[in-house]
Design a protein around this ligand. Structure first.
Ligand code: SF4
Length: 375
């Protein structure tokens, strides 16, 4: 069981908070798609003989690709890999791209899961984020997708901007629930250095929301979504039963995957590699058949342990004692067993069925707890 990720590094405009790799110039789009096709052939031996259960088009904005471009990538993947007949095929889309015609194209391509970047239902906030759509367009795009037969739909929401307060966050969550989507990913706005928001924050044009307020919004989200049959299977991800993202769940469970396109990461259980985050360099080096379009790191046992703690602790599946005992040496285990006691006694973590899982209180400090458990 393995996954394939394809990074499409183009966007119509730059959202103020975003530090993913993308370009707002579409000049290199055709060349870049060509290079992705070459890369799929070049890296064919990676994950050879593995069954591909998930394919994920992320970005950037994959919904900017034409039907032909998406078709060529999928065709190349099917030619090189053994893809399960019931594979989950996800595509990230922005509401402004999801016309009736585009949705028909995606259906023809057998995309069976859409992840739509709504982010907010507040037009003022959408403008402040520099999103390319309005709140009405967001809602209409979800309904159109449902009308065209997409039932596995996820939406993204951001909370914690200066526009967020408990009253309007409750309304946002109620609107999201009323859309009858199967999955919601919701992230606290983070201020990244190399973004417009990061710059505005530095020159004091913007202020960050305080942690206490963010925690209040986070707990409200858990409460409201759980009351409406969403399961929080990862700190920022909520799915109805049978609608968790298989692709992302596999990342968190440490299952191998390969990533194509600039900035895409790959993981084979013992090493991690990542492609250059530069479109021209990626195209040039792939065309020259150089191996230098990626960097590679062999993961030490301590790295593998830290990754396992960081990802598993954020999930409903928790840290599994069986995995710890089979994968890690006694020195690492002794240190873990000693440190974990503090979090159990302070009601941050519970131990159940041989798994360590965060309590509601612990979820507020997930990454901090994980880093303190690192070796
Ligand atoms: S948030 Fe999405 S649409 Fe906006 S710039 Fe980032 S990748 Fe592009």
């Amino acid at each position: 069981m393995s996954g394939i990720y394809i990074h499409i590094p183009f966007c119509k405009q730059a959202c103020n908070y975003c530090d993913f790799h993308f370009s707002t110039s579409l000049k290199l789009k055709s060349n870049l798609i060509e290079s992705i096709l070459v890369e799929i052939d070049l890296r064919h031996p990676y994950l050879e003989n593995k069954n591909i259960e998930t394919i994920y088009f992320g970005g950037g904005t994959p919904s900017l690709l034409s039907e032909k471009e998406l078709f060529l990538i999928l065709e190349k993947i099917y030619k090189n890999y053994n893809v399960s007949s019931n594979a989950e095929i996800s595509l990230e889309a922005n509401p402004d791209d999801l016309s009736v015609e585009k949705l028909k194209e995606l259906k023809r391509l057998e995309i069976n899961r859409l992840s739509i970047g709504l982010q907010s239902f507040n037009n003022e906030e959408l403008i402040w984020m520099n999103r390319a759509h309005t709140a009405n367009e967001s809602e209409a795009s979800v309904k159109r997708a449902q009308d065209k037969g997409f039932e596995n739909i996820s939406i993204d929401l951001i909370y914690g901007s200066k526009f967020s307060n408990l009253t309007n966050w409750k309304k946002t969550l109620d609107k999201a629930i009323a859309l009858d989507v199967k999955h919601i990913s919701s992230y606290n706005l983070t201020i990244e250095d190399k973004t417009k928001l990061g710059h505005d924050f530095k020159v004091k044009k913007e202020i960050a929301i305080d942690d206490e307020k963010s925690s209040e919004l986070f707990l409200e989200m858990i409460d409201r979504l759980e009351k409406n049959n969403f399961i929080q299977y990862e700190i920022s991800n909520f799915g109805k039963e049978n609608y968790f993202s298989n692709h992302n769940s596999n990342y968190w469970k440490g299952i191998e995957y390969i990533g194509f396109g600039p900035s895409a990461h790959s993981f084979d259980g013992v090493s991690r590699q990542w492609n250059v985050s530069n479109n021209s360099l990626y195209i040039k080096n792939i065309t020259d058949k150089k191996e230098t379009y990626f960097e590679k790191e062999i993961l030490l046992e301590s790295d593998q342990f830290n990754e396992y703690i960081l990802t598993s602790l954020r999930t409903i599946w928790g840290i599994d004692v069986l995995v710890l005992n089979t994968k890690f040496n006694s020195e690492i285990l002794n240190s873990f067993n000693e440190k974990i006691k503090t979090y159990i006694s302070s009601d941050m973590i519970i131990f159940n069925n041989n798994k360590y899982v965060l309590t509601s209180n612990g979820k507020l400090f997930a990454d901090k707890i994980a880093s303190e458990l690192f070796v």
